[in-house]
Write a protein of this length. Structure first.
Length: 372
């Protein structure tokens, strides 16, 4: 079996796989094909992949045409799908609820596709959970970016010239990214407050040294996978009213709120931005799914009334080497889980709970129930 790792788009800094993980694939008896230059942005040379037992190809099309499995981080374009071999397996983030054309193209091309977003949140699949591995690094990168932009120090400093108060950081949405943002801001010495619609996270916030902000928004629910359910517009209004004062007193707001498979909730309004002190910073980590903050723009720094709103869509790319390491490991763990040692291929068992959750197309049809 041959597995191909093509180069990502020009804007992507991460590489799908690093040599240490490539070696794990070759140790399984899988032939690894790498497009020349895959690791150059994370300072990994073709030679390092070759030393790990991989082969290098200089033509993307060549790899697509020969591989049994193709793995990427970002979703494929039309040409890439057309270049895939019939009955091959394609794995990447696919954004399948929004990318209907990609999904139908993959089905029409007779490709078995796996969406990394839809790996179910069960214990056995945690090692394959790329949403979490990337969100964790993104939470860290968001705080580092905020601290770089803020013209205040994060820690309190007692100096002969007087005392500098700690920065106040407010984290909205305490999932994987939010927890890492809290932990990072605390490590830097900030005073951290946080809010989430799921009350169960209160203990987690406290255990990291943060203060959980209590806002009564009525009944909230979470799915069996731990995702928040969408709030009503009345509940969002109650949340906004409850957050106004804290927002106006915060030096930094990090928003991470997401509702699975839907647009991110719009939580921070223009009024709330305008009530903040000039020089404050907001990082909208949900910018690419619609944005939690009014006025945030994908891959832009927006300045509004003295407040900087950061909308970086690829925060894991700020720590690209580590993000590549963990993404590649997620892929390896998935393939290893279903690797049939005797027949040297992937046991594509659609009755398996993990594959049932994340396989989108197979044998010419869309097979995923939630995407269908
Ligand atoms: P996510 O990216 O879907 O959302 C981020 C956070 O935003 C969530 O905590 C959500 O509750 C919150 N949110 C949604 N609407 C909001 C609003 N209006 N205001 C404030 N916050 C709002 O979430 P995630 O990071 O993927 O994690 C969700 C949960 O799943 C977490 O508790 C996490 O620990 C858990 N999880 C479990 C597994 C597993 O394998 N069991 C794996 C990953 C995550």
């Amino acid at each position: 079996m041959q597995i191909f790792f093509p180069k990502e788009e020009d804007h992507e800094i991460r590489a799908t796989i690093l040599p240490e993980v490539a070696k794990k694939f070759t140790d399984l008896g899988i032939e690894v094909l790498i497009e020349s230059g895959l690791g150059e942005k994370v300072f990994v040379s073709d030679e390092q992949y070759v030393d790990a037992g991989a082969y290098i190809c200089s033509e993307k099309k060549e790899g697509y045409g020969s591989a049994d499995v193709v793995c990427k981080i970002n979703k494929p374009n039309h040409d890439e799908i057309q270049s895939l071999k019939k009955n091959s397996i394609y794995i990447s983030f696919l954004d399948p609820f929004n990318e209907r054309q990609i999904v139908s193209d993959l089905a029409a091309a007779n490709v078995s596709s796996i969406s990394m977003e839809l790996v179910p949140r069960i214990t056995r699949a945690q090692k394959m959970d790329a949403l979490s591995s990337q969100a964790n690094l993104a939470g860290y990168a968001a705080v580092i970016e905020a601290s770089r932009t803020l013209s205040k120090s994060f820690p309190m400093m007692m100096t002969a010239a007087g005392t500098i108060s700690p920065a106040r950081v407010f984290v909205v949405g305490v999932g994987v990214a939010g927890l890492q943002a809290i932990a990072t801001a605390k490590r830097l010495g900030a005073r951290v407050e946080a809010f989430d619609t799921r009350p169960v996270v209160e203990e987690q916030v406290k255990s990291l040294g943060g203060k959980f902000v209590k806002i009564d928004i009525g009944d909230t629910e979470e799915t069996d996978q731990g995702y928040a359910k969408e709030l009503t517009s009345e509940q969002i209004k109650m949340q906004q009213d409850g957050m106004k004062k804290i927002c106006s007193q915060s030096d930094v707001i990090i928003t991470t709120a997401q509702v699975f498979g839907r647009q991110a909730p719009r939580i921070i309004t223009q009024d709330m931005v305008e009530a903040m002190q000039p020089g404050s910073v907001i990082v909208d980590m949900a910018v690419s799914t619609g944005g939690n903050v009014e006025g945030s723009k994908n891959d832009e720094y927006v300045f509004h009334n003295g407040v900087t709103i950061i909308g970086m869509s690829n925060l894991p790319g700020e720590v690209a080497r580590d993000a590549s390491q963990v993404f590649g490991s997620n892929l390896f763990n998935m393939i290893d889980e279903f690797w049939d040692k005797e027949n040297k291929n992937i046991n594509f068992d659609l009755d398996d709970e993990i594959l049932k959750g994340c396989v989108i197309t197979h044998q010419g049809s869309i097979v995923n129930e939630s995407v269908k």
